[in-house]
Design a protein around this ligand. Structure first.
Ligand SMILES: [Zn+2]
Length: 482
């Protein structure tokens, strides 16, 4: 029996993690129950009852958080079904969150509204996609003791089963601590009925596991992030075969494959949560995605699908790793680490974001984070030089954490989700894709392969040209293969 086959329930995940964590350094997983499968929607009432038993006279108060997006399960309306189910022995209140836009954003105002609505509730049930799930967890974080049940309605992202939420701060996406949901329910019929493009995007989100762990390891090798731990990597390794097996079925919308993807996304979320850092699964590919989000928000365009952007970003990230490894292996002269000049860096940050936001607010927010990274990188200069000088010793470990770009691209294509940034839609042309890739390191304090390329003097215009050519080759060569 393979490890993947043995990961059949939450208990087996806990066992795997416990085996890889004899010192107990991982964050405990406080998710109590994970229900994925056919008919799982019916488990919502039992989940609420298990957390807060009904009070005599039906005084248990349940707030159901939703956005305005209609969610169907066959001919049934999912939100009404949940409300009806809970109304049998609870006082229920439906809270529809809106911020005046076609799609809801996790702004301070929206979160404050959710907190107010949940005040005094016995349980909150968040029904929807990643945004509603994030808001439910933030409301519970602000109201200690309030249990959260999340009913996930699409297999589009992995953020349901962890203890962090993505928020919008000064127009920039930031991940902040929230709480583990108590119960996560993924009803196969509801998820399979979500728009096919959303579930395919979930496959794209998964592919960050083929690149981000290498960035995470790099940051620990040079000493700027001490959170690296092999436990979450083991969990992700165990999911790899599962993901390969479901790619083409996700592409054709086959319910069994979508269910396997849902399960893989849920376990992947747990990997992030127990790692105690989103760095485990968020490196270059997420930075590229955040850049596109930031631009979309600023220009009033629709936000792209997170998983689609992450998938195409993963091909970019894998190519960045291939370029670094090829150059370090082929260098005729020892590579030299040159500290980044903070004044020049500040000009770069201002230039990168000026055309989006002339007021300078976005540049200020990004510079706050990027300058922190530069300070830490400067302090780690000797360690970085030592790692580069001794790269031969680290290369095989890093190589194990990165899949070849053409293999990632082939998986994305099988799953029917974009492998190239320019295939994301009309809002992302070649110039925008290049801008997002070229400047991705400037928006956040996370150290990645792009920061190392920058320190080695390998992130100039020509280098970005080479990287983008590598991306095209990785994707096109796959398209031409039989
Ligand atoms: Zn993600």
């Amino acid at each position: 029996m393979t490890v993947a086959e043995s990961l059949v329930d939450l208990e087996s995940v806990r066992t795997l993690l416990a085996h890889s964590d004899p010192d107990g350094r991982l964050v405990p997983c406080d998710l109590r129950s994970l229900v994925v499968g056919s008919g799982a929607l019916g488990a919502t009432a039992a989940a609420v009852e298990s957390l807060v038993p009904a009070k005599p006279g039906g005084a248990r108060r349940v707030v159901v958080l939703v956005d305005e997006t209609p969610i169907r399960r066959g001919s049934e309306d999912v939100k009404s079904a949940v409300l009806e189910m809970l109304a049998a022995d609870s006082e229920t209140q439906l809270v529809v969150l809106t911020d005046g836009h076609a799609e809801l954003h996790v702004t301070e105002q929206v979160v404050d509204g959710a907190i107010e609505a949940c005040r005094g509730a016995d349980v909150v049930v968040a029904v929807g996609g990643g945004t509603i799930s994030d808001i439910g967890k933030l409301a519970a974080a602000a109201l200690p003791g309030l249990p959260v049940v999340t009913v996930m309605t699409a297999a589009s992202v992995d953020g349901y089963t962890d203890n962090v939420s993505v928020t919008l701060k000064d127009g920039v996406k930031r991940t902040v601590p929230s709480v583990w949901p108590d119960v996560v329910i993924a009803d196969a019929e509801t998820v399979a009925g979500a728009p096919a493009r959303m579930n395919r995007a979930g496959y794209g989100e998964m592919t960050s596991m083929y690149v981000a762990p290498a960035d995470w390891r790099l940051a620990s090798l040079i000493g700027v992030d001490t959170s690296f731990h092999p436990g979450p990597i083991r969990l992700l390794d165990a999911l790899s075969a599962e993901l390969d097996a479901c790619a083409s079925g996700v592409g054709t919308g086959e319910p069994q494959a979508v269910q396997r993807l849902t399960w893989a996304l849920a376990l992947r979320g747990i990997a992030t949560g127990v790692a105690g850092s989103t760095a485990c699964l968020s490196g270059v590919e997420h930075l590229v995605s955040h850049m596109l989000d930031l631009r979309a928000a600023q220009l009033g365009l629709a936000t792209g699908l997170h998983g689609e952007q992450v998938g195409a970003g993963s091909v970019v990230a894998a190519c960045a790793w291939e370029m670094l490894r090829d150059r370090l292996a082929g260098a005729r002269m020892p590579a030299v680490v040159t500290p980044v000049d903070p004044d020049a860096a500040q000009v770069r940050v201002r230039e990168a974001f000026a055309r989006l936001d002339p007021s300078g607010h976005i540049a200020d927010e990004c510079w706050r984070d990027y300058s922190r990274k530069l300070d830490r990188t400067a302090a780690a200069h000797e360690q970085i030089s030592a790692v580069v000088a001794d790269w031969g010793r680290h290369d095989s470990e890093v190589a194990r954490l990165v899949r070849p770009a053409r293999v990632i691209a082939a998986g994305l294509q099988a799953a029917g989700t974009p492998a190239l940034l320019v295939d994301l839609g009309p809002d992302v042309d070649a110039g925008t894709a290049r801008w997002a890739v070229e400047n991705c390191a400037l928006m956040r304090d996370r150290f990645t392969v792009v920061d190392l390329l920058t320190l080695l003097g390998w992130w100039e215009t020509d280098d970005v040209d080479e990287l983008l050519a590598r991306v095209d080759a990785a994707v096109v060569s796959d398209r031409m293969s039989p």
